[in-house]
Every structure is written in C-alpha cells, then in structure tokens.
Ligand binder design. Structure first.
Ligand SMILES: Nc1nc2c(ncn2[C@@H]2O[C@H](COP(=O)(O)OP(=O)(O)O)[C@@H](O)[C@H]2O)c(=O)[nH]1
Ligand SMILES: [Mg+2]
Length: 385
C-alpha cells in the first residue's frame, strides 16, 4: 500500500528541508554548532576569571587608599593597566564567534509559502492515488495549523515536517479500536452484526475472518445466510462455517433475506450465542432492489453494528459506495478488504473522513487470519517509513 505516495512525500519533504536549511551557508552545521558552544563556554570561564581579578584589584585599591589616600592618580593608572592585560584574550573570542556566526545554523519560522510548496508535492501524490479532494483540503488546513510559525533549524526541520505530515494524515482518519468492539459486544446478547456492500467487495470472506476472530476470543457465533440472491453464495458460506465449526441458518435461494436473519437471531437466543453475523447479497451497482432488501433486513434484525465492506482496490468508488450505503441503509463502521493488493491506499485515507464512520479492520489476504485491526497512527507512520 501507498507505494507511489511514499516516494513523492519523501521527495517533497527533502526539497522543502533543503530550502529551509539554507544549506549554502551551513556547510558543516553540526561542527560549527559545537564549536560555537565551546567558545561560549571558554568565554564564560574567562569572564569569571576577569571578575575575580577585578574584585582582587578593587580590594587592593581600597587597601592602598586607606593607607595612602593622596596617591589616587597612581592607583588609577595601576588599575587601568591591570584590567588591560586581563582583557587581552577578549577580542580573540569575539573574532572566532563572528567566524562561527557566518556558518551558523539558520533558524527559520515556517511561513504560508513554505507550507504551500510542501503541500503542492503531497497533493499531487495523493490525488494520483485516489484520495478525495475534501480530504486533501483537510490535510492542507491541518498542516498549516501544525507548522505555521514553527521555528525550525537544519538539525530539526526534517523531523518537524515529517511529524506534522504524519499528524495531518492521521487526523483525517478515524478508527474503531478492537478493544472497544469487544467491550460493546459484552453489553448485548446476541450482538448482531450486519454486513453490507456491493457484489465481490469481500463481505463473505470478511465475515468468515470475523467468525475466526471471535472464536479465538472465546465467543459463540451463529451465521445467517441472508445472501439468497447470488448463485452458490450459500454453499460458499457453508464451506467457511464447516471449516470453522459454527452454526449456519439458511433458507433456499430466492427466500426473503430478512426472514433468514430473523430465524438466525431466534436460534441464537435459544442457544445462548454471543453473536449473529448476517451475510447479505450485493449487486454490481447499488440499485433500488438492493436498498429495499437491506432496509428490510435491517428493520427486522435491528443490528447493533452495520459494517460496510469495501474493496480498497476500487479507491474512490468504494468511498462513494460507502456514502450511499450510509445514506440509504445506515452504516456504523467500515472494513476495507484487499489492502494486500491495493498499491494506492486512497480509499483507506479517504473513507472515514468522508463518511465520518470509523475503520474497524483491513483485509490483507484470503486466509482467516488475514485481517488486521485498523490503526491510524501506524497507517500514517507507514506512509513516511
Ligand atoms: N487478496 C485479497 N482478496 C480478498 C480479500 N477479501 C476478499 N477477497 C477475495 O475477493 C473475492 C470476493 O470476495 P467475497 O467475499 O465473495 O465478496 P462478496 O461478494 O462481497 O461476498 C474472493 O475471491 C475473495 O477471496 C482480501 O482481503 N485480500
Ligand atoms: Mg458474498
């Protein structure tokens, strides 16, 4: 994931970093910074010595004044000479300090122009990778909030800029931590999860991965075969439930999907199962039949969680589908499948910002274990690895 974006973001950071560093003036910034500090220390030590000497001279003068008050002129002369000799090294320090100053590490306050050029590079990369325009605007605004006016130096600016980009990107994503899901499940029995999405998005495969996940967590699961529309869908689901050893409630093809869900929930109650997972049919596009069917399933099953399953490979299409399913049926969270083969990552970056619904998991293959909890920080870090 993010193959193309990663390189472009890196290039963009490097070019703005060079600009901010004013490299032509600081050939060996670290060396000069250290040298400068060393000189400061040397100068401070000399000042202390001078102060001590001055005190000593003043005490001497005072003593001599007490002894011979008339010889003031001679004392003043002696005093002046003493001070002169002690200050010989001072101009040398100043000269060296000036030399270092010439090569000083420049500190720079980031302005709007800097952010605009940084953002220009990132924007193109994100656009090419299917990130929605409103998400880009949000990232730009966030970058300004995080970077504008920030003082950076050659030694720190790359870290600062990378940190700000990571934060701005992670700020447009929302996650549904798995521990919160597990806590929510404890509150209701059976906890009902409805899966929606277009044909081929990965609903059935993702549902099977979740059966495996819940079983590993010691929960009892019943499955509702509510895709009565697509040929072989019931058999596909049965293979998984057999493999995993859970009960499946099914009717015939063409039966009412809502009635299957109703039966599955009734069965789960009598068997004291923790969860009911409802598989549904998709269509090649989202039509009225599909929406009416899903609305009915939802009305009858009253799910505690409706998960939209989207194919990450389809980028903006998945984002648009999520928006329609949310408006028409209502979704609570998203799982993006096929993140393992998605080179772009646009849907992952856009979908939660656009729908305002969190991402729960990413599907990363066809095996039961190929499901990873979505972590926005890790995703943003990964982009800048
Ligand atoms: N590489 C990969 N393939 C997946 C993933 N999830 C699902 N698939 C495949 O996508 C195809 C459609 O999946 P399916 O679950 O039948 O989709 P449904 O029509 O929404 O139920 C199948 O060939 C799955 O094996 C995933 O995370 N990674
Ligand atoms: Mg299916």
């Amino acid at each position: 994931m993010f193959d193309f974006i990663k390189k472009k973001i890196k290039d963009s950071i490097n070019s703005i970093q060079k600009k901010l560093s004013k490299e032509e003036h600081s050939e060996e910034p670290q060396k000069f910074e250290l040298e400068r500090k060393g000189l400061q220390r040397e100068e401070a030590a000399q000042t202390v010595e001078l102060k001590k000497e001055e005190k000593k001279i003043s005490a001497e003068i005072h003593e001599q004044q007490l002894k011979a008050p008339v010889k003031k002129e001679a004392i003043r002369k002696h005093d002046g000479e003493q001070r002169k000799t002690k200050q010989i090294s001072e101009p040398k320090v100043k000269k060296q300090e000036k030399e270092v100053e010439k090569h000083r590490v420049f500190s720079h306050a980031i302005n709007k122009e800097d952010i605009a050029s940084l953002y220009a590079g990132i924007k193109d990369a994100l656009l090419e990778n299917n990130v929605a325009v409103s998400v880009l605007d949000a990232i730009h605004k966030d970058l300004e909030e995080n970077l504008l006016g920030k003082e950076v130096s050659f030694l720190t600016n790359k870290k600062e800029i990378e940190g700000a980009i990571k934060k701005s990107i992670s700020d447009v994503m929302f996650e549904y931590p798995v521990k919160n899901l597990m806590a929510d499940i404890q509150h209701k029995k059976p906890y009902v999860i409805l899966f929606v999405g277009v044909n081929g998005a990965g609903k059935t495969t993702t549902l099977a991965k979740l059966i495996h996940f819940f079983l590993k967590n010691g929960l009892k699961v019943t499955v509702s075969a509510s895709d009565t529309f697509r040929a072989a869908s019931i058999e596909q689901l049965e293979i998984h439930t057999k493999n995993l050893g859970v009960e499946i409630i099914k009717h015939n093809y063409g039966a009412d999907p809502a009635a299957v869900a109703f039966d599955a929930i009734k069965h789960a109650k009598s068997e004291n199962t923790d969860l009911v997972l409802i598989d549904t049919a998709g269509r090649s596009d989202i039509n009225k039949n599909l929406i009416d069917e899903l609305k009915k399933v939802k009305r009858v099953s009253k799910p505690d969680l409706t998960i939209f399953v989207g194919d990450a490979l389809t980028g903006n299409d998945a984002v648009n589908q999520a928006r329609i399913f949310d408006t028409e049926v209502g979704i609570d969270a998203t799982i993006l499948s096929k993140a393992d083969v998605d080179k772009k990552g646009g849907a992952v970056l856009s979908i939660s910002y656009i729908t305002k619904k969190p991402i729960l998991f990413l599907g990363t293959g066809q095996g039961y274990d190929d499901l990873i909890p979505f972590d926005k920080e890790k995703t943003a870090n990964f982009l800048l690895d």
